[in-house]
Design a protein around this ligand. Structure first.
Ligand code: A2H
Length: 256
């Protein structure tokens, strides 16, 4: 890791309905009136319209931490909770009360409300093997139109739904064109994964290259083609969408 600070947008995906295993483990631990949120860290807030699911690492241990006393509880990695406790995100400095501990696999199938997403009824928590416990919050929201990693994982989940013990329709959702770029059209991730012949979420080297290309083309040449900032450049729209989410109480700044 270098010394540069990464400024993430931490998005709040409210739990609407727990998966069975998670329900048993969480039962009685969250007070009435308390809400649990999955909190993915993203560098691309302007793409949040296209969220189709949210990823956790199936073998990663997560906690549910009390962030607003009796009211807001965040499902994140222990490492992220500690960082948040020193960024005035938790109620008192340096303190991050843990109310439950779960494995990523426990929460697969949970239904959450994803702010801004066109999936108004909510999206599912799904497994992604390449999620790193050591980055962000260990939770990654999926935008398969614009993230090659997310697109490759979605294809794999759809293809092997039984193996992953998920319902195919939880992963198999339409792609939303959000950003138009001169080189890759309006579904950048699909274009790159197909043209680079990436066949699996395990093609790490090629995916890293695709991610680089997608990010640069999107940021410097991309134009919004969905949402209230349609017609604006990605560079202009990014901080506007971010601020809108923060003002609505649906996101907060998180750095590491
Ligand atoms: B991005 P950086 Cl549309 N493990 O959000 C693996 N990946 C993680 C992660 C973790 N623990 N935490 C965050 N990420 C992903 C949206 C997106 C992202 C789009 C396009 C590209 C993109 C939707 N997924 O990332 O290493 C998150 O996915 C490519 C730069 O800190 C987050 O932003 O630079 C990004 O990686 C942070 O990566």
């Amino acid at each position: 890791e270098g010394v540069a600070v990464q400024e993430y947008t931490a998005l709040k995906l409210r739990v609407k309905e727990w998966a069975e295993t998670a329900k048993t483990k969480v039962e009685g631990l969250i007070p009435d009136g308390g809400e649990v949120y999955f909190v993915p860290a993203t560098l691309r807030p302007e793409t949040m319209y296209g969220q189709t699911c949210c990823f956790v690492g199936p073998n990663i241990t997560y906690g549910i931490y009390e962030a607003v006393k009796g009211k807001e509880y965040y499902f994140i990695s222990d490492r992220a909770a500690r960082n948040m406790a020193y960024q005035s995100i938790m109620p008192s400095w340096g303190v991050y009360p843990k109310v439950a501990e779960l494995l990523g696999s426990d929460v697969v199938g949970t239904l959450v409300h994803a702010p801004l997403s066109v999936q108004k009824d909510g999206v599912r928590i799904l497994p992604m093997d390449s999620v790193k416990a050591s980055k962000g919050t260990g939770v990654v929201t999926s935008v398969p139109s614009d993230s090659p990693d997310d697109y490759a994982t979605m294809l794999d989940l759809v293809k092997k739904a039984d193996y992953y013990k998920i319902k195919k329709e939880w992963a198999d959702l339409p792609l939303l064109p959000i950003i138009e770029t001169p080189a890759y059209g309006n579904l950048t991730a699909k274009f790159l994964v197909e043209s680079m012949k990436i066949n699996s979420p395990k093609d790490a080297k090629q995916l890293a290259e695709a991610k680089d290309l997608a990010y640069k083309e999107g940021f410097y040449k991309g134009k919004m083609c969905y949402g209230e900032f349609t017609g604006k450049s990605v560079e202009e729209a990014k901080p506007l969408v971010r601020q809108q989410l923060i003002d609505a109480g649906e996101a907060f700044a998180y750095a590491e």
